[in-house]
Ligand binder design. Sequence first.
Ligand code: GLN
Length: 472
Amino acid sequence: MAKYTMSVKEFLEESKKGNINFLDFASALLEEVERINKRFQLLREICDIRDRLYLRPPLNGLPISVKDCICVKGVQSCAGSKILEGYIPPFDATCVHRVKDQGATILGKTNQDEFGFGTFSTNSGYGIPKNPLDPLRSAGGSSGGAAGLVAALDFPHVALGESTGGSISAPAAFCGVVGITPTYGLVSRYGQIDYANSLDKIGVIGKTVNDCALILSIIAGKDEKDQTSIGEKKDYNKSIVTGSRSDQARATDLKGVKIAIPKEYFQNLDKEIEKEVWNAIKKMECNGATYEKISLKNTKYGVAAYYIIATAEASTNLAKYCGMRYGLHGKLEGNFNEYFSSVRTIGLTEEAKRRIILGTFTRMAGYRDAYYLKEMKVRTLIIQEHKKVFKNFDIIASPSMPIQPPKFKDIEKLKPVEHYQMDFLTIPPNLAGLPHLSIPVANKTPIGLHLTADHLEEDKLFKIGSVFEKIR
Ligand code: GLN
């Protein structure tokens, strides 16, 4: 096993030279993933990769795991929900198709909160993923399995995740790994099992900023199958600052970078997080960046706006899971409503039911103006407020999460609204469709520095993130 403990970069170099025996690699990898999964429940399904090696350059068989809500041809894809048990897509999501085309091997489907409904992955229909840094604690959510697997697996591996309101940043921060959530539309959503269409974004979780840039460069870009996808992708590999640097170079690596620090994002934080994130900002300052405190006053409405918009969209998306076409089926008895209810009673978790009720309520005639349309206006204000900041600043910096990974026994005590409140730092950039990067403040530390840039400025995040990785 130890011989395959290597970074993605090393794997790509070694495989290019022909130094990897793929069958041996695949067997050792499978054994290791099974061992890890027994301990941490990070994957809902492991693929037998010995049958699935796509040994093509440039990725040469690099293992990639896929969040359960992203369709992989011929592999059960359930979005963490029992209601989709048995659903085997006859096609690949565009992002899966693109990585396969470049030589990736699909390792399996990572566990998640049902349809993305959660921050701690405790709402999965398939067991709860545990944090490899401490199994008594949450790996974050909803892409908890993805981030956990990146943290636990020392083989070369990158994970495809998805975020609607923070599901890449939250687990990346809790598991001490890197997560990029791109600009809304940069990566095609074709083949993603929808949570909320106007918010869903497929992104990447990896051990390093470089790993995330590598895979985002492959999956980004226009796709005719998704009318919201956009074509302005860049080669993000070029943004990575590489090589070991002399002290002199380090002191100027971030020269000219202007960082905005919103005061609203430094309230109600765990003290250790506040201290560590300030340390991180000071380190960037020592390397040439400047910072200024600002205010994003509308972000205080972010959580409320998000949970109205996201649940309204989710409640319509979930209507198709009625036991007729996809996944779970029941005994055909009674009229349609009775049958539909009986399947949904068993197939959905309590949280999904809560969100369907909330979302249906807020878009009903009579309430639509008061809730859904009003929150859409708040969303516009949040977008405008961010756009103004980016006229004068390159990035916004904050913590990724207000708390360190909580223990499961403490999560159980949270009321739904307290649970939702944990997203107050990740929701604004998600509502505004802005790209954001979560990067651990120190190696294997469950505290994330959150960097947000203007639309389509992922390159800036990768550049600054790759410098921070060296100086942290
Ligand atoms: N925690 C948020 C929610 O439950 C975000 C989840 C996500 O991004 N999928 O909606």
